[in-house]
Design a protein around this ligand. Sequence first.
Ligand SMILES: Nc1nc2c(ncn2[C@@H]2O[C@H](COP(=O)(O)OP(=O)(O)O)[C@@H](O)[C@H]2O)c(=O)[nH]1
Ligand SMILES: Nc1ncnc2c1ncn2[C@@H]1O[C@H](COP(=O)(O)OP(=O)(O)O)[C@@H](O)[C@H]1O
Length: 190
Amino acid sequence: MDKGLLIVLSGPSGVGKGTVCSALRKQMPELVYSVSATTRAPRVGEQDGVNYFFKSHEQFQEMIKNDQLLEYAEYVGNYYGTPRDFVEETLASGKDIILEIEVQGALKVKEKFPEGVFIFLLPPSLDELKGRITGRGTESQDTIDHRMTVAVDEMNLIKHYDYAVVNDEIDLACKRIESIITAEHCKVRK
Ligand SMILES: Nc1nc2c(ncn2[C@@H]2O[C@H](COP(=O)(O)OP(=O)(O)O)[C@@H](O)[C@H]2O)c(=O)[nH]1
Ligand SMILES: Nc1ncnc2c1ncn2[C@@H]1O[C@H](COP(=O)(O)OP(=O)(O)O)[C@@H](O)[C@H]1O
């Protein structure tokens, strides 16, 4: 049996990764989603094991020590990481898995899985990006400013990715990603 595809959806905070990813999962129910571990506090409505596995700093350090994370990164004061076993088991079972992670972590995954499909989600403009982060209403002004500075640095790393998808409209962005996945399945692997 062929292994599944490892799909990494990355891009700056507020670009719409979470929104596009959940829309995509509705359209492609067979696509498995990797739930990350984080030390960030849950936001209203977020559930442990669904949105994230919420961990203390000590628990997260323990996961790092035990090599349980495929990658992890510190992002705006918190740790985020991808549980390794779940990804490897899903791929081995022939299913596709999508990781929705920030840029540093995505580049670490690329070192381990160069055959993965790396997709960078772009905002239509930086002004629109700031508007989306602010409009979501989950961040303080300081965090918004910090995330915007990080966003500009992150966009310079797009050259390491296989595909760039502009998130102008959610449905269009999803269609583009679906087409990428279809094309990757048709690819002749050398
Ligand atoms: N490297 C890495 N980044 C992650 C992981 N999980 C989530 N992230 C990223 O961490 C950043 C912050 O996530 P979060 O606090 O939920 O904010 P939001 O995604 O901007 O709503 C986002 O860019 C996420 O995609 C992970 O397992 N590894
Ligand atoms: N294509 C889009 N057009 C307009 N607003 C969007 C679009 N995609 C996402 N958003 C909005 O932008 C904000 C940030 O989206 P989110 O998915 O939380 O981003 P990320 O996961 O990349 O941080 C949310 O309020 C979301 O509703």
